[in-house]
Every structure is written in C-alpha cells, then in structure tokens.
Design a protein around this ligand. Structure first.
Ligand code: GDP
Ligand code: MN
Length: 379
C-alpha cells in the first residue's frame, strides 16, 4: 500500500525527522489559509502516488497566501501519470543548499533491509543508478542489530564532508530505520534530503510503501489507504478476497494457486501472448469467487480472451464450473473463454459446462495455445 506524501510525513515527523511544518488542503481557499497560518513563502505540492511531481508541474512555490491559493487552483484536478490530484500539501518553503537521497527498501537478494544513499538527490534515483553508479552507496542491514551507528555515520560521510551535517544525517537515517521497521514498510524514502544555507539538514519529501501483510495487525495504518488512487479492479478484487494484480496484456487469467497462476502467465508469454492480470482465486473454491473474478476481468476493455486454468485439489472444479455458469447468467461476457480443468469432480464440471454449451480442455498447454490464438485474432 502506497502512502501519500502528507501521510508519510506524519510518520517521519512522529519519529523526529526534521521536516517543515504544514498541512494538507482539498480546495484553493484551504490552501490559502494554511499559507497564511505558516507565513512566508510556501510550496504547494500535488498529493498523488507518483514521483516526478516537480517535473510535471505539481510542485509550485508561492510567495503570498493569494499565490498559494492560485497554485492550488492550478494543481488540484491536474493529472500526473494518469492520477488526478485531489489534495495538495502546503508547507513553508525551505532554502536549499544541497539535495541528497536517502532510502530504505526491503532487498529481495539479501532478504534484509537495504539503506541506499546518494549525494545526487532531488532527481530520479534510478537515473543516478544507471548513469553514475559510483554516486550511490548501499548498506545491507542485519535486522538482529538494526542500523548500526558506524553504518549510519559512514553513509552520512558519503553525503557530507562537514561533521555537523553528517551527524544530523546519521540521526535521520536512524529515525528513518525506526519508521521502516516500526510500520512494516517495504519502502521509506527521503528525496530530497536537503541542507540549508544555515547548515540544517532536513527532509523535504516522504515516500512510504507499507507491506499489505502488515495491515491486519495495524488498523491505524490500514485507514491510510486511498482507494481513489488505486486501480479500480484491484480495489474490487481486494474486497472480494481475491489476490489480483492488474497487468497490461489482453489475456485474462483465472487460476487457482499462486504457483499455477505464475506458470500460466509464463506459458501465455511463451506462446506470444500477454497476460492481462495475475489472479489467484485461492485454494478453496466457491462459485461466488469465480463470479467476482469474471466481473473484474471483463470490466477491463483490453481483455480479448479469458483463460481458466484450474487444477482441482481442494478446489472443486464443479464449483468453478458453477461459478462460470452463474456469471454468464448475471452479465454478458463479450470475449471467448477457454476452460482448462482437471482433478476433483472433473466429470461433474464437464457436464455443467456442456449444459451451457461450453467445452473443457484438460491439457494446459493446449488451452494456453488456444487462448493466445483467440486473443490474437481479436486484436
Ligand atoms: P517529486 O518530484 O514528486 O519527488 O517531489 P519533491 O517533493 O521531491 O519536490 C521536487 C523538487 O521541488 C525538489 O527536488 C526541490 O528541488 C523542489 N522543492 C520541494 N520543496 C521545496 C522547498 O521547500 N524549497 C525549494 N526551494 N524547493 C523545493
Ligand atoms: Mn521527491
């Protein structure tokens, strides 16, 4: 789950990370009154789940409360990377001497938290990594001991020569590590971490992603979810208890079990197709899940054909067949469906499908080749 900057800021500030005061607004007049309250020049910032807001015109300086209102007027409703801006953050503008990058991510290779830092902050860190990899430092953290003082200080000296600035940055890294581990983050990032002309070090941006698995035990964090900023199909799927990830292809996939779902996607690609989604309907079957899955997949206009790949174990294939039957009775499906099923109650499933004029294949390879061919014909 991604947080907005204003939500991430609240976590950072609670951990003691120095950040300018400020508040979030949904209207220009709210933005204007926040600007009046904080006083002086402010920055008005689009709150969307996307980086590069600065480049897209979503970050504006305003010298007076009136200008802040005008900036908010222009930014609210703007579309950045396909996302409509519904809120702006209004914060006192900082004077910037230097911009650095500090981030923590969960590193799959080492299976540990990874501290990443670069003195070349402000811009895309991916670009720095690609063009000037020596300007990035990575430190793997042993979770038994946490971020050790020498690791933080060593990394801080990679950013700053001055001892006072390095000490301040090391402290911020330790606070960031507390945010990261204390909230089940998969990412906690400050870009830019700035120094001011009078020698202070502070964070001017907050990017936080929380591992969805943390949310069951942290209802306070779960409340921060902004469904209006997520793909509608993923929101529907979560509500229906389906594990669903929207992708860009045109072959819809309904599969039971994550491993089989991955194998199915691989095979779709192997035969030259592109999966429209990852979907695991789960180990236990009930027809309602299949109805929900089909509703979500058919609402994607890109989908040209749908593949069911069901290996019946705990999942009863007749339940799945009944789900298909129920879905087709409830709403029109305008694209061809290819069904491959085998295993528990297969004979019943085949009968149910024949009853509605459908056939079931038992060979996965054949089914995937068929569905990729149908999607290609339609495209
Ligand atoms: P992002 O582009 O979406 O990552 O948004 P950021 O919050 O990182 O802002 C982008 C850029 O705007 C920063 O790298 C700064 O150069 C600039 N910026 C943000 N806040 C301030 C501020 O308080 N003062 C000044 N002078 N520039 C700022
Ligand atoms: Mn940023």
């Amino acid at each position: 789950m991604n947080l907005h900057e204003y939500q991430g800021r609240a976590l950072f500030r609670a951990a003691g990370i120095p950040m300018p005061d400020g508040d979030v607004a949904s209207t220009p007049s709210e933005a204007e009154s926040i600007a009046r309250r904080v006083g002086g020049t402010v920055v008005v910032k689009a709150q969307v789940h996307a980086g590069g807001r600065g480049k897209a015109g979503g970050v504006k300086l305003a010298k007076t409360p009136g200008e802040a209102g005008d900036a908010a007027e222009r930014i609210l409703g703007m579309t950045i990377k396909g996302l409509v801006v519904q809120k702006v953050l209004v914060v006192p503008a900082a004077e910037i001497a230097t911009e650095a990058y500090v981030g923590l991510v969960m590193d799959r290779a080492s299976q540990r938290p990874l501290l990443i830092a670069s003195p070349a902050g402000g811009i895309d860190i991916e670009e720095v990594a690609a063009k000037t990899p020596d300007r990035i430092r990575r430190v793997i953290i042993d979770p038994r001991y946490g971020l050790l003082p020498h690791q933080a200080m060593g990394t801080a000296f990679f950013l700053y020569r001055e001892i006072a600035a390095a000490r301040a940055a090391a402290r911020i890294m330790e606070q960031l590590y507390q945010v990261f581990t204390g909230n089940g983050c998969s990412l906690a990032e400050i870009n830019p971490l700035v120094t001011t002309p009078d020698g202070r070090v502070m964070a001017l941006d907050a990017k936080v992603s929380i591992d969805d698995n943390e949310l069951d035990r942290r209802p306070d964090l779960a409340l921060l979810r902004d469904e209006s900023a997520e793909a509608p199909s993923e929101v529907q799927a979560r509500r229906a208890n389906l594990t669903f990830i929207k992708l860009e292809g045109n072959v819809g996939c309904v599969v039971n079990g994550a491993g089989l779902a991955m194998a199915t996607m691989d095979l779709v690609k192997f035969y030259g197709g592109e999966p429209a989604n990852f979907l695991d309907i789960g180990g236990s079957s009930n027809p309602e899940k299949v109805v929900n899955a089909l509703r979500i997949i058919t609402s994607d206009p890109k989908v040209q054909a749908i593949l069911f790949n069901i290996f019946g174990g705990i999942t009863r294939t007749d339940d799945v067949a009944n789900g298909i039957k129920a879905a087709l009775a409830q709403f029109p499906v305008r694209v061809p469906i290819v069904v491959r099923l085998t295993g528990t109650n297969e004979a019943e499933a085949v009968k149910i499908l024949q009853g509605i004029g459908m056939t079931a294949l038992s060979d996965m390879d054949e089914a995937v080749r068929n569905v990729v061919g149908l999607a290609r014909e339609a495209a």
